[in-house]
Structures are given as C-alpha cells and as structure tokens.
Design a binder for this molecule. Sequence first.
Ligand SMILES: [Mg+2]
Length: 171
Amino acid sequence: MRSKSLLRPRDVIGHVTHITPEFLAERQLHGLLLDLDNTLVPYGSYASGEAAEVLAWARDLKLSGIGLYLLSNATGRRAAFWLDHLGFQGVGLAGKPNPRAYRHALRGLGLPPTQVGMVGDQLFTDVLGGNLCGMHTILVQPLAVNALPHTRVARKLERAVLKRYGHDWRP
Ligand SMILES: [Mg+2]
C-alpha cells in the first residue's frame, strides 16, 4: 500500500448500524474491531439506555457469527463499563494508531486482518492503524461534535484529507 493511501478508508458510512451481515458478506469480512467514542456512543457518554439501538445491532451481528472486539483509546474503566453492556471482548487504552493493539485484537478474534473491518470515526487513529495492519477500514460519521481543541484540529485535517478522496464530511 502506498503511504499516501494509509489515511484512506475503504468505506465511508453514516452510522455503525448501516453495517449489516449482507454488507460484511459482500466484503468477505467475518469480524469487526469497533471504536467506542463517537462511533458506538457519543463522546464521554454513559447513557446505556440511549444506546439500545447500537446494543441490539451488536447482539444481532454476534448472533449471525460476526466476531466483535472493542478497540478504544478511552480509559480502561470507561471501556469496561461499555464492555459490560456490549457483551463482547475488547480493551481500553489501546494506543491507536499503534498497530500493536490491533494485532492483539485480531489474535483475540482468531481472524486474519483481511477478514476484519476496523470501524471508527477518526482518520488519524482508527483508519490509520487499521490500514497499517492491512485491515478493511470503515469510517463512520462522528456521533457528536467533540469540543476538545486537539480534536477540532484533527477534524479540520480529516475534512481536508477526505475532500481529496471525494467525500463530503460533517461536522
Ligand atoms: Mg472515536
């Protein structure tokens, strides 16, 4: 893969629930590594009641035989809270985009990188690390606008990169 392409997601989707068993079968994917903040739940949220749709989506994918693994840079405590509700394996403090945690997660799923999708809302962590590992990368629109200054800068850069790839990006 050319280094220029390392920030390029293979798919750009509006919401994580757009990933169906059919979507995965078309791409020959058998597992997903999932980002937490702004991918599955709004940044910093602990509102499990409001996550009912996403929790049901994850349960249905699991029932259809898709391996799921949470790969989050959030604190271990925050990841543990959500893992309890999500009912699958995963880690916090993953250190994305460092490929180390991705490889550990792939071993946890028992799948080769080519059969696993990395799903996240950030190019410079989720997508970059997934591409470095040779995974199929799926960028989702962030669920909430994150007001942290460094995130605002990252979003600006993401917009510039995505524009080159022909994607309009919100927010
Ligand atoms: Mg995120």
